[in-house]
Design a protein around this ligand. Structure first.
Ligand code: SF4
Ligand code: SF4
Length: 284
């Protein structure tokens, strides 16, 4: 079972829930930290592990073979290549590594090399295998690193994969949730929380992924998130109270289950509920 934990905005408690679910689960569990621009699951679990670089294809230019025909620049949808006379200019940070310019070049002046943009790491923690990704500083494209984390997660063949997604609703979030059996959207009962929840819900509807909502700090703010979920028939899977001891534990680098071990039963029930919803959906 692959469960993605996502949120329309940062700071809602997404990583807290992902860690708690991975810690509460029974069976071989992998926690995939796909928030590769700011991975922090390792701060709450373990950090020593085996790293592998993540590379993307990158065109290399041979001036001697170039006729200046402009086919490469005309093909590139990302403006990563420009033709100036019989020279071309490559902008690596804009290149998506699609390889198209190499294919359309009629003279072989472009060939494919590779460029390192980040790394993945596998660490054996007490309760789960942690696989996280790190995008190198200055790099703009996180989806290839996210895909690499998910591929390494798949190789570990877990009973349960918990995917901690990047916040927001753009390409990185879509790359992280794609292929999940169920998505948990973590939100908070505030106007910002509701606004960004609606954006995340619309994204998941387009992706046709099943989802439910967790309301964190549920006893603060207002009831508008609950009213929205009721009107849209979105299941509220769990509510977590706004507790000072949980916030203090988080700031010390402790997990939700360390601060509130009594929530283990609710988390196990949450996993069972998702399993049942997936089973019903698959049977349709
Ligand atoms: S590999 Fe693709 S994205 Fe990169 S420069 Fe060539 S056409 Fe553009
Ligand atoms: S397609 Fe090839 S030959 Fe034409 S401008 Fe680009 S690199 Fe030069």
């Amino acid at each position: 079972m692959k469960i993605a934990i996502a949120s329309g905005k940062g700071g809602t408690g997404k990583t807290t829930i992902a860690l708690a679910l991975a810690q509460a689960a029974i069976g071989k569990t992998a926690l995939l930290d796909c928030d590769v621009e700011a991975p922090n699951c390792h701060l709450f679990s373990c950090s020593d592990g085996v790293c592998e670089p993540v590379t993307v294809p990158m065109p290399v230019f041979d001036k001697k073979l170039c006729t200046g025909c402009g086919e490469c620049a005309a093909f590139c949808q990302f403006n990563a290549v420009a033709v100036v006379g019989k020279n071309i200019l490559l902008f690596p940070e804009l290149c998506h590594g699609c390889g198209g310019c190499v294919k359309v070049c009629p003279t072989g002046a472009l060939t494919e090399s590779s460029r390192e943009i980040g790394e993945t790491k596998v660490a054996m923690c007490s309760y789960f295998v942690l696989i996280d990704g790190h995008l190198n500083i200055g790099q703009a494209m996180s989806p290839p690193v996210i895909r690499a984390v998910k591929e390494r997660g798949a190789k570990n063949v877990p009973d349960l994969a918990v995917i901690d997604c990047p916040p927001g609703t753009s390409c990185p979030m879509v790359t992280a949730v794609r292929g999940a059996d169920f998505v948990l959207l973590v939100t908070e009962p505030t106007p910002f929380g509701l606004n960004d929840l609606i954006l995340a819900v619309e994204t998941l509807k387009k992706l046709e992924l099943p989802f439910g909502v967790i309301i964190n700090r549920a006893d603060s703010g207002d009831d508008k998130v609950k009213e929205y979920c009721r009107d849209e028939k979105i299941p509220v899977m769990m509510e977590i109270a706004n507790r000072r001891d949980i916030a203090e534990a988080y700031s010390r680098g402790e997990t939700l289950l360390t601060a509130a071990p009594e929530l283990r039963g609710q988390l196990i029930m949450l996993l069972e509920k998702m399993e049942e919803l997936i089973r019903v959906r698959t049977a349709k």
